[in-house]
Design a protein. Structure first.
Length: 241
């Protein structure tokens, strides 16, 4: 494996478990603190969450954070203090900018089916911006088999939704067996195998829940061995640097 690549196993993630929630954390989160694993590049949070039927996160505050939620299975109902209410489902790109302060809740309104989603946080370039919400349907583009830009603040990117961070972009790939995509060329890449299994050229395999942290990304190929879904953060810098 190249010296600039590190695979983080799904089994090594910290886990928060309650009667209604199983949340697996790629980085320090809540009561799970590891000073050597607080972030990667500009990515602060990558939580892989399962919420049981008729339950969820009650109304709670956020401030000065760009929060992207990506649903893999089921539906998640979002409601916030600036008047947004909607259902997030697979293939719907969604971002909430907490800005100067926002309250929101996230609920699984189904009485029978759990919801599985990944929630990811990055800091905005400026604090105290006006809170906002954005969503856009990209399911059809994802089934095309290529790399689709879900959210970006990088100038010149054609993204489904925007981020208030000029150094970050989130790409998604939904790959059938044998499909391949090239990773972006970027100083920092975080590749999360949200589902399925893929192999990375010259690096190795990622099973569901595994993540690759890759510095100086050079555009190498990723190939799916089964139906897979990848979430790929392209980052032009790192926190504190």
């Amino acid at each position: 494996m190249p010296a600039n690549a590190e695979i983080r196993s799904a089994a090594d993630r910290a886990v928060t478990t309650t009667p209604w929630l199983e949340s697996r954390h790629s980085f320090s989160f809540g009561h799970h603190y590891d000073p050597d694993n607080t972030h990667y590049g500009l990515l602060l949070v990558n939580n892989d969450d399962f919420v049981q039927p008729a339950s969820g996160f009650d109304t709670h505050p956020h401030r000065d954070m760009e929060i992207v939620t990506w649903v893999l299975q089921g539906e998640l109902t979002h409601q916030d203090s600036i008047g947004n209410r909607g259902v997030i489902y697979p293939g719907l790109a969604q971002r909430m900018s907490a800005g100067s302060g926002i309250l929101h809740s996230e609920k699984n309104d189904s009485l029978t089916e759990p919801v599985h989603f990944v929630q990811m946080w990055v800091l905005p370039d400026e604090t105290g911006i006006v809170p906002s919400y954005q969503q856009h349907e990209i399911d059809e583009e994802l089934w095309g088999g290529g790399l689709v830009t879900i959210a970006s603040g990088i100038p010149g990117h054609d993204a489904a939704i925007t981020l208030h961070n000029r150094g970050t972009a989130l790409h998604g790939a939904r790959l059938r067996p044998g499909d391949a995509v090239s990773l972006p060329e970027a100083p920092y890449l975080h590749v999360f195998a949200a589902r399925g299994r893929v192999s990375l050229e010259g690096i190795g395999g990622l099973d569901e829940g595994d993540a690759l942290r890759f510095t100086d990304g050079d555009g190498r190929r990723v190939t799916a061995s089964e139906l897979s879904e990848l979430l790929i953060w392209e980052m032009r810098g790192k926190l504190g640097g």
